[in-house]
Design a protein around this ligand. Structure first.
Ligand SMILES: [Zn+2]
Length: 237
């Protein structure tokens, strides 16, 4: 979540406009695409099935917001445990609301949310409160101490047998949720336009103090992240 400047109504600098609406629609065109996004996030191929324990692939059950284990048929729900679960508001509207609230410097009000997504004020207000919690933007200021940085692109983590250029081609230019987590402290999730080093570095610089120790996985974009920080450890998954 961007650090907010509540005194300013000036247009945000270009770096702030992180994803355009048309790009949002292109990448998350409908509810199915949003559900698939969550499925890739929580149940990527190779995830251990909660029931049979095998490294499984989960296939969409048509007409339902569930996926089933390729081995035992166990149903899993990508929205379970999220603010989107069992909501009467469509998943895409939720995603759009998160997009609106996380991609503008000054943020938007519940009233604006009501207008933009076309729900009642009561619903907009409830969504607003939940999304604010999700984005944890009540905590002003940069994160510090030991900070774990982890990104999750639409399409999941790169596979072991993929070459770097294949990964870049297939996955780099997709909207990405970057989570920055203080050990034992605050969490700051952020929607960034892609998982390239430029986008990630910009976000980390903005949200994490230089005196921090960074922890990441071995994704290439993190290679030079240590510059300007106390230290950086890359952990093999
Ligand atoms: Zn199973």
């Amino acid at each position: 979540m961007a650090v907010r400047n509540r005194d300013s109504v000036a247009p945000a600098p270009s770096s702030e406009s992180q994803m355009t609406y048309s790009r949002f629609l292109e990448l998350l065109p409908d509810n199915d695409a949003c559900l698939e996004y969550l499925k890739e996030r929580f149940f990527p191929d190779g995830t251990e099935c909660p029931k049979c324990g095998k490294a499984s692939k989960f296939h969409r059950i048509s007409g339902r917001s569930a996926y089933s284990c390729q081995f035992c048929g166990n149903h899993v729900y990508p929205t379970a445990g999220t603010i989107f679960h069992k909501s009467t508001v469509s998943l895409q509207l939720w995603f759009f609301a998160v997009y609106l609230m996380s991609s503008t410097r000054c943020g938007i009000s519940a009233k604006q949310l009501e207008r933009e997504i076309g729900v009642t004020y009561k619903t907009a207000h409830r969504m607003f409160k939940l999304i604010r919690t999700l984005l944890a933007d009540d905590d002003e200021g940069q994160l510090e101490g030991n900070v774990v940085v982890d990104e999750s692109a639409y399409g999941g983590k790169p596979r072991a047998n993929e070459s770097h250029s294949q990964i870049l081609k297939r996955k780099s230019y997709r909207p990405t949720i970057l989570a920055m987590v203080e050990r034992g402290g605050r969490v700051r999730p952020l929607v960034i336009p892609d998982r390239g080093s430029r986008s990630i570095h910009m976000a980390v610089k903005q949200h994490v103090l230089p005196s921090s120790m960074l922890f990441t996985d071995e994704w290439d974009a993190y290679k030079t992240l240590a510059r300007g920080y106390r230290g950086h450890r890359r952990i093999k998954h």
